[in-house]
Structures are given as C-alpha cells and as structure tokens.
Ligand binder design. Structure first.
Ligand SMILES: [Zn+2]
Length: 310
C-alpha cells in the first residue's frame, strides 16, 4: 500500500513489487485540521485499500507513507518544515499507521518518494544516479543512488531551501533567499503580477506564455533563470546521470522543458552540462504513491527485484 499525504489531498493506492500502480484513489487529507482529522482520513484510506486488496485476491505486505517534511529515521516521527500541517510535527506517523493496519510501515519525504518512483519505473529508469525535483507550490528534491534514496543526515535533497539570494525573500522554513521563493509556482505568479498587475496562478501564466503574452514571457524568463541557477548548482555538486523535473508546473509540457533545458545546462560546469540527461517526469500524480509503496518494500521486506537497468 502506498499513501501520499499532501496539504490538500490524500492519494493512496496498491503498488506491486515491480512498481506498477494497481489503483489510485483520492480523499481530502484534512492535514490542516490537525493530527486527529488527518488520521481519520488515513484510516478510511487504508480500510478502502484493504477491501480492494481482498476483492482482488491479493495480500498487502507493507505500507509506505510519503509526506512533506522529514520522517526521523530513528523515532519515525514527522519533523522538518510543515507549514500547511499545524499539529502534525512530532507525530509518530509510521507507528500509528502500523497499528491501524497491522502491517510493517515505512515513510519518507514526498519528494524523495517521487524521486525513487521516477528513478525506478519512470523517466529516470536505467540510470544509477538520479536527481528528482518537483516544482509546484514549493520545490522539493530527492537523490537516488543505486536504486536507494540518499538521505545523508536526514534532509538531503531539500533543494528548494538552498539559499540563492543573500538577505532575500523570507521563507516558511525560517530562512531567507531560498530557491523556492524565486522559482516555485507562486513565485512565477508573483513575477507576472509585478509586470502586469494581474494576479493569476502559475498555470495561467504558463498558458499566457505559450500564447506569446509579453508580460508572461518576461516573467517566465526571469523565473526560468532562477530555476536554472538552482538546478545548475545542484547538478554541478552531484553530477547525476539524469535530472527528472516534475510537479504541477511541468505539466505545462515539453515546450517548457525545451525552454528550461538550455538555461539549466548554461548554469552547470561544462562536463556536467554536456552529459546530464534532463527529462520530464512520467508518472504524474501517482508518483508519490508508487514511491511510498516501493519504500515500504525496501524498508520492511527487502528490496524487490529491480526493474531491468540499462
Ligand atoms: Zn526555505
């Protein structure tokens, strides 16, 4: 079972050992209403998945949770930046889920789950080193090396909170000048507002950009420059074989990837710029659920048979 707990939605589904998403369902997460409300939704999701498994004649062996912030590997409690989830910090989310369903559980940051899914069965499959980045309301990242998420001291891959502007815009993480404040969806919306006086979301800005709107073109150019600078720093540090870009913003399509790619390469060390593959995520909104399912298998029953690698 894979569960992806977001600020708004709780996505969940059954995932097979080879990373195939057998089903994908959605409930309101109610995570902004506190731990009790969110656990109620989680219990409903898990009961639904158990009923579905019974109906299919399959037996779930583990449950994985993907969520914002960080799950402490020792205490297995939620820590880190949880700006949209007051009351969930310190919650022993994995133990609570294990009690609910009676299966071994595992959990990780949602961007790590997305990166693992894309690295194993999505746009990064076949590569040994993958950096996965989601660009949406925030900017998240995950590093996958040899089919495993690299966690370092716990917060590896938090690319959205790399400080790229000294004394820059304040960020909910407590810092200032973070990449997320300049290159996320809301940042693009703000850059467009500063030029046009019109307040629309990032998706609408990108639609205007595709249509040739002059203010949108200026806003997207500046936004892309910030995103490229962040990606260039991360790629030059890590030199992964593949960068997978996902999240709501990248749903604007291949035209946006073609626009971003030369700008990102232009911010990398030459050897990195000429060798790294840059791809758009393939798994869409189910990536977090797939990643959560794969994580649970790795943590609870050992790594599954890896998909064929190039
Ligand atoms: Zn930050």
């Amino acid at each position: 079972m894979g569960v992806d707990v977001g600020g708004t939605l709780l996505k969940h589904g059954l995932v097979s050992g080879d990373g195939t998403l057998l089903s994908l369902h959605t409930l309101p997460s109610r995570s902004s209403d506190g731990a009790t409300a969110m656990m109620g939704q989680l219990a409903m999701a898990v009961a639904g998945l158990q009923a579905e498994a019974d109906h299919r004649g399959v037996t779930p062996c583990a449950i994985g949770i993907a969520c914002p912030g960080t799950i402490d590997p020792v205490s297995r409690t939620l820590t880190g930046a949880l700006p949209n989830m007051p009351g969930l910090r310190g919650m022993p989310i994995i133990a609570r889920v294990e009690e609910l369903i009676g299966l071994p559980g595992a959990g990780d940051n949602d961007a790590n789950a997305m990166a693992l899914a894309e690295a194993m069965v999505g746009a990064g499959r076949g590569f040994d080193s993958v950096l996965g980045v989601t660009v949406g309301t925030g900017i998240g990242g995950g590093i996958v090396l040899g089919g495993e998420v690299y966690r370092g001291g716990g917060a590896s891959g938090e690319i959205g909170h790399m400080r790229i502007v000294p004394q820059g815009r304040l960020c909910p993480c407590g810092g200032a000048g973070c990449l997320e404040q300049y290159a996320s969806g809301p940042a693009l919306s703000r850059l467009f507002f500063e030029r046009s006086g019109r307040l629309v979301d990032a998706r609408a800005v990108l639609q205007r950009w595709l249509g040739g709107d002059a203010d949108a073109c200026l806003a997207v150019e500046e936004w892309a420059g910030w995103l490229a600078q962040g990606m260039g720093c991360a790629l030059t540090l890590l030199h992964p074989e593949c960068l997978v870009l996902g999240g709501g913003i990248m749903e604007a399509g291949d035209a946006l990837l073609r626009f971003l790619e030369p700008r990102i390469r232009g911010c990398c060390l030459d050897l990195v710029a000429t060798t790294v593959r840059i791809r758009r995520a393939e798994l869409g909104t189910g990536a977090g659920v797939i990643g959560a399912g794969l994580l649970s298998l790795r943590a609870c029953v050992g790594a599954p048979n890896s998909p064929e690698r190039a």
